[in-house]
Design a protein around this ligand. Structure first.
Ligand SMILES: Cc1ncc(COP(=O)(O)O)c(C=O)c1O
Length: 445
């Protein structure tokens, strides 16, 4: 079976190489000046990633001219597609009026107002340049506000380049004093919070783990975090960098759980570099520069006009409350369709996620957290390569983020490619699953 899977991946790799020679050549050149030819870890996959030269609507083209329907959506930052006319026009208009203005501008106020109106957890907002920065700043604000040191996070979490808590925690994680709980394990987390209650400054959680595999936090788990943070005085921070698109007010609105602080990023910058964090006034006021003891956060590009106008145009004119509801309904329907296709074949797979964010897993059991992962990881490699060869762009880990630019025909195209993959590799998928269960049983013994 292992040989069969290796052969299938080798065969797909050969066809991929034959279809993308220019991307290979650019990759080899890039390796001379960037480690592994890469400046963004997530974009690397074997044997080398395609170089994308152009995007329009939901289609991207690689250096060899191959088109792909984009189901990755820039890991959720590409909600508006690659060439939304309203956002393009707003950015071009601002470009004509001059950039790097080094002063408050007219767009940041409106964008801040829109965000505070949509997210009741935010009395006030500050902008920065990435989700990573947003989390750094939110954690720091929680520490100074509580005069405590420890930060609770969860296994499988990703909060940015220096906040990775996957199977092996990143050795370059920011040097905070982390306490790591088990995602969705309510009882154990209550114990852990009680154990550290005197020192806990913040509980930082993705209401749905994105990078961890689109694993939703259960309502009971998230509500308990809300209750426990109130009980202990720790600041509850929802990292909604990815999930803020899951309704007009994010996943917190869908769940009706209001955290003390929220961090943002991705699509809220209209497709440009973006981060923001917001929360209760008493926490955010620490940054008020009129105060003698103000926290310092001067960031050169925090309010750059291009991002501010792109983000504002997106929220105000495009991703309205109705649009957010409709788009996430499309996502729920699409995920149900894929799940039905899997179930009709009785395959050991499932599709996780909420609304327009989802992830395909090659195991039947739904994940509560990354400890439950029990799939043969190379099936994802095969799936990713075969989908690319069918003209569908997804993440190599099976993750997808749906953009507004996708049309019913695009969803049909995905569905055809998906069914085709399942039918072609049916034997392999079943055999890998049986081998994994066998391995798991042996480990338990
Ligand atoms: C939940 C979550 N938090 C934070 C980040 C970091 O955002 P950025 O890549 O803008 O630093 C990401 C990025 O994928 C994310 O998914």
């Amino acid at each position: 079976m292992t040989t069969q899977l290796t052969e299938a991946i080798d065969d797909a790799t050969d066809r991929y190489r034959a279809a993308t020679p220019k991307s290979l050549s650019r990759h080899e050149q890039a390796c001379l000046v960037m480690p592994g030819g890469n400046t963004r870890t997530i974009l690397h996959y074997d044997p080398y990633p395609v170089t994308i030269t152009r995007g329009e609507g939901c289609i991207v083209w690689d250096l060899d001219g191959n088109p792909y329907v984009d189901f990755l959506g820039e890991y959720s930052a590409g909600l508006y597609g690659h060439s939304n006319p309203e956002i393009s026009a707003a950015v071009k208009n601002v470009l004509d009026q001059g950039i790097v203005l080094c002063a408050p501008n007219q767009y940041e106020l409106e964008l801040a107002e829109s965000l505070c109106a949509r997210f009741p957890s935010c009395d006030q907002i500050r902008f920065c340049n990435s989700g990573t920065e947003a989390n750094l700043l939110a954690i720091s604000a929680a520490k100074t506000c509580t005069q405590r040191n420890k930060i609770m996070v969860f296994n499988g979490a990703y909060h940015g380049s220096v906040f990775y808590f996957g199977e092996h925690h990143s050795v370059i994680n920011a040097p905070f004093d982390f306490v790591v709980g088990t995602f969705n394990d309510t009882d154990r987390c209550v114990e852990l919070i009680r154990e550290h209650r005197e020192d806990l400054a913040a509980i930082l959680v993705e209401p749905m783990q994105g990078s961890g595999g689109c694993i939703p936090g259960s309502r009971e788990f998230l509500q308990t975090l809300r209750d426990m943070s109130r009980e202990t005085g720790a600041v509850l921070i929802f990292d909604e960098v990815m999930t803020s698109r899951l309704s007009s007010g994010g996943l917190q609105h869908r769940l009706n759980i209001v955290p003390d602080m929220t961090t943002f990023g991705k699509y809220l910058g209209g497709g440009l570099t973006f981060g923001a964090f917001g929360g209760q006034k008493k926490i955010m006021e620490q940054f008020n520069p009129c105060r003698d003891d103000a926290l310092i956060h001067p960031g050169t590009f925090n309010n750059n006009v291009l991002t501010m106008v792109a983000g504002l145009t997106g929220l105000r004119d495009i991703y309205t409350t109705q649009m957010a509801t409709d788009h996430n309904q499309i996502g729920d329907n699409f995920r149900d369709t894929l799940q039905r296709i899997i179930e009709q074949r009785e395959f050991p797979m499932h599709v996780s996620g909420v609304g327009s964010l989802m992830c395909i897993h090659f195991q039947r059991e739904r994940l509560r957290n990354i400890n439950d992962v029990d799939a043969e990881p190379r099936l994802r490699t095969l799936f990713h390569l075969e989908m690319l060869l069918s003209g569908i762009y997804t993440a190599d880990r099976g993750y997808m983020s749906l953009s507004l630019a996708l049309s019913p025909d695009d969803y049909l195209k995905f569905r055809d490619a998906f069914e085709n993959f399942l039918d072609r590799f049916a034997g392999l998928i079943r055999a890998c699953s049986a081998a994994e269960s066998h391995r798991a049983k042996k480990t338990l013994n």
